[in-house]
Design a protein around this ligand. Structure first.
Ligand code: SAM
Ligand code: SF4
Length: 326
């Protein structure tokens, strides 16, 4: 088991399969983003090697992310290999959904359990503006394909950005009345000036909830208001699905954080919003022993920061979201 010095058991690994993406969301990356050459990314066998190492340290939950994980070559085989790793109980994925119409079924067959699909706007013109060229219909088809393939319950991630889509939270919440989905509203996190957005454009979860309750009346708390992962979950009375509020900026869930992130180029990052990182891939490629790698991981876990420093103006500067793996 891997524990940090605050007694948190760290058992959830987010693996970024690539920093490449088929969209360019405004809050995630600059338009002229350059991606890493494939040779610098973890190769398939390296991903599986690290998965086995982490599993042996007690990690049992894996989320695949990116960049856009579905643009990774051999994705289905990679998922199959991770699912087959002893000790790994659940493998899920965060995706923009664009390629799911083609991939949902093979991924489900390979053992992927669920997907979180990002959809910030139901207005096609606005969706295009937020993603710089995306087609909302593709994502919608992806959501339906995920549902049909049994990658359920489908969770929909909506990052709420001041001046862009905060007026759409009611329409997004309405989706849960007739669909058994969880629509999750995510506070936008600022990343060191590399994207167009700053703290002043964060719409916080409380503001979103006020808007939703003004339309649907008081929401019912699910789990007595306890966190479900990083989300506080509510329910519109009578709705088939749920609403999640992820308040990483205004009400951080750091004390309950059980995560580590492995970037696409094999660097371990113990806090999304802190710059500190530990390179694992270079030592692996230069012949470092398994025992030494294990010690590097255990040391990194032990020294996991207590939490982020946004409240004190500390912003991650060395990477933007697609380079970390959200
Ligand atoms: N490409 C996939 C997707 O969009 O779902 C997976 C990677 S993306 C980096 C993971 C999640 O991070 C998405 O839900 C995205 O909306 C979110 N995200 C990206 N930049 C963000 C930011 N600045 N603040 C909050 N969430 C962000
Ligand atoms: Fe791509 Fe996801 Fe970032 Fe959007 S949020 S640019 S889909 S990695």
């Amino acid at each position: 088991m891997a524990f940090d010095r605050f007694g948190r058991k760290i058992q959830y690994l987010r693996i970024s399969l690539t920093d490449h993406c088929n969209l360019r969301c405004l809050y995630c990356m600059p338009e002229d983003m350059t991606f890493r050459p494939n040779a610098e990314l973890m190769q398939d066998d390296e991903i599986l090697f690290f998965t086995q190492m982490f599993a042996r340290l007690g990690f049992n939950k894996i989320r695949l992310t990116g960049g856009e994980p579905t643009v990774r070559a051999n994705l289905v085989e990679i998922v199959r290999g991770i699912v087959a790793t002893p000790g790994i109980d659940t493998v899920t994925m965060t995706t923009n959904g664009v390629l799911l119409p083609r991939l949902a079924k093979p991924l489900a067959k390979a053992g992927l359990k669920r997907v979180n699909i990002s959809l910030d706007s139901l207005n096609p013109a606005r969706f295009k503006r937020l993603t710089r060229w995306g087609d909302m219909e593709d994502v919608w088809e992806g959501i339906l394909a995920a549902e049909e393939a049994g990658l359920t319950p489908v969770k929909i991630n909506a990052v709420v950005v001041g001046g862009y889509n905060e007026d759409e939270v009611v329409d997004l919440a309405r989706l849960t009345i007739t669909n058994p989905w969880q629509v999750r509203f995510i506070e936008m996190m600022p990343f060191g000036g590399a994207t167009d957005f700053q703290l002043s454009q964060v719409i916080n979860a409380a503001q979103i909830q006020v808007r939703v309750e003004a339309a649907f009346g008081p929401l019912e708390a699910v789990n007595a208001g306890q966190l479900d992962g990083e989300a506080r979950v509510f329910h519109i009375p009578g709705a088939k699905g749920d609403l999640g509020f992820i308040s990483s900026v205004s009400q951080p869930f750091c004390s309950n954080c059980t995560r580590a992130r492995l970037t696409a180029e094999g660097v371990l990052r113990m806090c999304l919003l802190r710059d500190h990182e530990i390179d694992l891939l270079s030592p692996l490629r230069t012949g470092t022993s398994e025992l030494e790698l294990r010690n590097l991981i255990l040391d990194a876990v032990w020294n996991k920061p207590w939490g982020h420093g946004l409240a004190n103006g500390v912003i991650a500067r060395n990477r933007v979201m697609n380079q970390i793996g959200g």
